[in-house]
Design a protein around this ligand. Structure first.
Ligand SMILES: [Zn+2]
Length: 471
């Protein structure tokens, strides 16, 4: 580069010298007459004067450009400082949100909004700060404003959805979830929320469609998906029956039993429809298949109804056949003990109850009550009856339909928990051990590895209860 520049310089000097020599060899005079003035000079001097004028004009032009551009330079520097301050406020605001400091978060959000011309970013912070401060209306406004920006619309929908859930407006939440699903059907929380809300709203068919999307995109565990699908079909079957569409009701129940024959609600639904059609034998087969995995008193009663036997001894025999698949289970023993009592087989009833653990200190309530019945019916021993009834009152509990999500007990199986709104969380099981009992266990057993909170999940506070996730 330097060499090239030197060469150019030499060429220019050479050209200038050639011109100078050329002019010196051809001297001439120039005369200018203007308004009574007369100027005599040589051509060389005139040319030098013209060149000088050009240089001065160029210098003046550069100077003018600099002066004219100065304010924008100043503005640029000022704007940069403003932006920097704005971003600092934004960062501090986000830190305050993360730390749960509502007052600081709102202060920084206001400052960032004033300093930055980037509504998407500042709106998000403002919405979060408003949410943190409990100002639902303001948060709603900010999230709604995000919907106008294609980049922020999804985030806005999520905010609005959460707001609606917190306000208990499930129909609005469902609308937002549907919109979010249309925008991003691959996002796991969208699929899960939409499924839960559709199930909660009793839109079984739509929930099934969402579940299929979740399964296809590997958002839902296939095993869980299978069970949920079957439970949705149970509900569709019930709805069809209520609407007078008996064949549809049966078709749905059949589809459900093909998916999850081991689930109590599925087996119960299929069997009760079969009994309604007079197909008792088939109903018994359905219940026999479900019993090993899901023994339940209602299934035992339905089994006896399907058999149609009135003789108590034959009823005991029928139940012996049913419970053969899982003879030592608590519900197998209880079902048999009940029928033995009806058949006045006191000894058999007592044997089943003791085998099920009636004499253990933590005997379930039903075992103690049935023991009281045996004592009363066999010997009429009032003292023993009182003893067993007192034990029943002190019992740590029994199997009941319990929501896995919120632990609420229901008197029958429910697809949707009325307490927390979760779908498919109702389970027939014992109450979870109380935290105190678990802690005592942990203190006495060196091999205990599970911490109390792993056994009993902490109850979420009403205000911050997350939307239940069934899938
Ligand atoms: Zn619940």
């Amino acid at each position: 580069m330097t060499l090239l520049r030197t060469l150019v310089w030499f060429v220019l000097v050479a050209v200038a010298m050639t011109i100078a020599v050329w002019l010196a060899q051809r001297p001439g005079l120039v005369t200018i007459q203007w308004q009574g003035w007369r100027l005599d000079t040589s051509v060389g001097v005139l040319l030098v004067a013209v060149a000088l004028l050009c240089v001065i004009a160029a210098a003046l032009y550069v100077l003018w450009r600099w002066v004219a551009g100065a304010p924008s330079h100043v503005f640029d520097i000022w704007g940069e400082a403003r932006r920097r301050k704005g971003y600092r406020a934004l960062t501090q605001g986000m830190v305050a949100v993360a730390a749960g400091d509502a007052v600081e978060a709102q202060r920084h959000a206001r400052l960032a909004e004033k300093l930055l011309e980037e509504p998407p970013l500042t709106r998000l912070l403002s919405a979060q700060a408003a949410q943190l401060a409990g100002d639902r209306e303001a948060a709603q406004r900010y999230f709604a404003a995000m919907l106008d920006d294609p980049q922020m619309a999804f985030l806005g929908l999520r905010g609005l959805l959460m707001q609606s859930l917190k306000a208990g407006d499930s129909s609005k939440a469902l609308t937002y979830a549907e919109q979010a699903f249309r925008r991003r059907p691959d996002t796991p929380w969208v699929v899960r929320s939409l499924f839960d809300m559709q199930a909660h709203a009793g839109k079984w068919r739509e929930a099934q469609e969402t579940l299929q999307v979740g399964l296809k995109r590997k958002i839902v565990d296939p095993e869980r998906g299978r069970t949920l699908n079957a439970l949705l079909l149970v509900e569709r079957s019930r709805a069809a029956e209520r609407g007078g569409a008996d064949q549809d009701a049966m078709d749905h129940a059949r589809a459900a039993i093909a998916l999850a024959p081991e689930r109590e609600p599925v087996a119960y639904r299929h069997a009760e429809l079969l009994i309604k059609r007079g197909e008792g034998r088939k109903a018994m087969k359905t219940i026999e298949r479900a019993w090993p995995a899901s023994p339940h008193p209602d299934l035992a009663q339905l089994y006896l109804a399907a058999e149609g036997e009135k003789d108590p001894l034959k009823r005991v025999q029928a139940l012996s056949r049913l419970t053969a698949g899982n003879p030592d289970d608590l519900d197998s023993r209880i079902a048999l003990a009940r029928e033995c009592l009806e058949a006045r087989l006191w000894g058999e009833a007592r044997r089943h109850l003791i085998a099920a653990g009636a004499e253990k200190p933590d005997a379930p309530t039903r075992l103690c009550r049935l023991m009281a019945d045996v004592e009363e019916q066999e010997y009429g021993d009032g003292e023993k009856v009182r003893h067993w009834l007192a034990r029943a009152a002190d019992s740590p509990g029994d199997r009941q339909w319990r929501c896995r999500h919120c632990q609420t007990v229901h008197d029958r199986w429910l697809a949707v928990c009325p307490s927390c709104g979760a779908f498919g969380t109702s389970e027939w099981r014992m109450p979870p051990p109380s935290p105190l009992a678990v802690a005592a266990d942990a203190a006495t057993s060196r091999l205990q590895v599970s911490a109390p909170q792993e056994v009993l999940p902490p109850e979420p506070k009403a205000d911050e209860k997350p939307p239940p996730a069934a899938i």
